[in-house]
Design a protein around this ligand. Structure first.
Ligand code: V55
Ligand code: FE
Length: 500
């Protein structure tokens, strides 16, 4: 009798049992899925690790454990992995693990993707309805002795810093009402308080934004909600010593579009940006709204600070959204390399009732800024960020916009010297973490992953140790990593004396 399930000929038995990863920039180059959990002590080091560099560099990468349900999926959907580079006693130990989110566990049990499009629950397999769909892939956050992995579409997961075991989703013992928490928490260096917000706090496409404060002991002490002016994405925010600053850029979502299976975000070039500023310890009813240029976009803020009645906000602006898939969903078709931008200071006068603000250019375009943690919310003298050096050859394919940065900037502020550390062609650099000096006048360092394309198309990854004030001298030490590391989202440095 004919068996309909039998292969028709030998050919069909060669068809892969699983779908493949899609043929797009989100799964190629530095974005090639790796999915290897590993531990390795005493990585090879070229050069000499500086004395006093004791602590752990944690980093977050998205790395999809299964081929996605849809071919137009993007890198921001990848399962969160956390890695640790543990610097101690002149050696570096390395671990990398998946975050065991509820979503990771469900898909791991099924051995296939069950969650659908990027931040679109209406495209999920019916079997996972109601299961937390965050992938916790954006920033490792350290506060009050707790390590979190965060993503702006859900609540954080708590991770054991020594083993990288996932300890579960975190809601401050049930005190947190918001369904979402930003990946860009801000910690006041003097009070130790952590400031959080979450947009879509009441669920996908809700206009509710939460604003919360966690005290230095790790207790949630305050949470208030306000309404955002439109369904915009809010990736980062800022605090000063007296204000909280919420910038909204016109990349918007739409419930009907999601229900029809469409994309989460579309950039709207004709919509203005809006900036809400309130006393950071005050009531959300005290929020003041300012209006900025149409179609402008920013993901990351370097810092903010007060100067009398003025609030300065230093951020990386581009004239449209830097993510191709968010532009294209909004019908905007421009070449990635043609998009103009700058590192700008936006200055808001809280004493006047004007809706506009002053703009000053501080430096060349870029993103992925770092400051000394001790400078958060204060007037500050320097910062670091990544940029694109046009003389550095074609950028390596990788990261969410499809082109990896190839140079590091040190800038003295507000209008001081700018140093550039360009990488040789075929190299990519990830956002640095900053390691403060351990004694007054001592050296401060930057640690960052540098990826190099090999001739066979594979990648070699290293952690570079740089003197934060002598970038031109290049790396003091290069730590060789046994695996290619995917493009980093964000990282953090935890000094050894704070670790268990
Ligand atoms: C960003 C990253 C995300 C995300 C939304 O860098 C925005 C911006 C890694 O996840 O979901
Ligand atoms: Fe970010």
């Amino acid at each position: 009798m004919h068996d309909p399930s039998a292969p028709a000929d030998n050919q069909t038995s060669l068809v892969p049992r699983r779908p493949r990863f899609p043929d797009s920039i989100h799964f190629q180059g530095l974005n090639t899925p790796i999915g290897i959990e590993a531990s390795r002590a005493c990585l090879p080091v070229i050069g000499v690790l500086p004395e006093g560099l004791e602590g752990t560099f944690f980093r977050a990468v998205p790395d999809p454990a299964h081929p996605p349900m849809f071919a137009d999926d993007n890198i921001l959907s990848g399962d969160g992995m956390i890695s640790a580079f543990r610097f101690h006693d002149g050696v570096v130990d390395f671990d990398i693990r998946y975050v065991r989110t509820a979503r990771y566990e469900a898909e791991n049990n099924a051995q296939r993707a069950l969650f659908g499009g990027y931040r679109n629950p209406y495209t999920d397999d019916a079997s996972v309805a109601g299961i937390d769909r965050t992938v916790a892939n954006t920033t490792p956050v350290w506060h009050a002795g707790r390590l979190y992995m965060t993503k702006e579409d859900g609540r954080p997961y708590v991770i054991a810093p020594d083993t990288l075991d996932t300890q579960g989703s975190w809601s401050y013992d049930g005190a947190l009402r918001s369904e979402t928490v930003t990946a860009h928490a801000r910690v006041d260096p003097e009070t130790g308080e952590m400031f959080l917000f979450g947009y879509e706090a009441a669920g996908p496409c809700s206009l509710d934004v939460s604003y919360a404060v966690v005290d230095a002991q790790g207790q949630l002490v305050r949470e208030q909600w306000f309404q955002q002016p439109y369904h915009g994405m809010i990736h980062d925010f800022a605090i000063t010593q007296t204000h909280a600053v919420f910038p909204f850029f016109p990349t918007t979502t739409d419930l009907a579009r999601l229900q029809a299976g469409g994309p989460k975000w579309a950039h709207e070039q004709n919509l203005e940006c809006r900036i809400g500023i309130m006393p950071r310890s005050g009531d959300v009813s005290g929020i003041r709204w300012f209006t900025g240029p149409k179609g402008a976009s920013a993901f990351h803020i370097m810092n903010a600070h007060d100067e009398g009645d003025l609030v300065h906000l230093d951020l990386f602006i581009s004239e449209t959204n830097a993510f191709g898939f968010m532009r294209e969903a909004g019908g905007i078709h421009v070449d990635q390399r043609a998009i103009r931008g700058a590192f700008e200071r936006w200055t808001f006068d809280m004493a006047s009732d004007r809706e506009d603000f002053a703009v000053t250019v501080l430096g060349p375009p870029g993103d992925m800024p770092r400051i000394r943690d001790a400078d958060c919310g204060r007037a500050y003298g320097k910062g670091w960020y990544l940029t694109m050096n046009p003389q550095g050859g074609p950028p390596l394919p990788g990261g969410p916009v499809g082109a990896a940065f190839n140079a590091l900037v040190r800038i003295e502020l507000p209008h001081g010297r700018i140093d550039l550390m360009p990488l040789p062609p075929g190299h990519a650099i990830s956002e640095p973490v900053h390691v403060p000096a351990t004694q007054p006048g001592g050296s401060e360092w930057l640690l960052c992953v540098v990826d190099r394309a090999a001739e066979d198309g594979s990648f070699k990854s290293e952690v570079w140790v740089l003197d934060a004030n002598k970038l031109v001298e290049g790396p003091i030490a290069r730590v060789q990593v046994p695996l290619p590391l995917r493009a980093q989202v964000h990282g953090c440095w935890v000094p050894a004396d704070q670790l268990p």
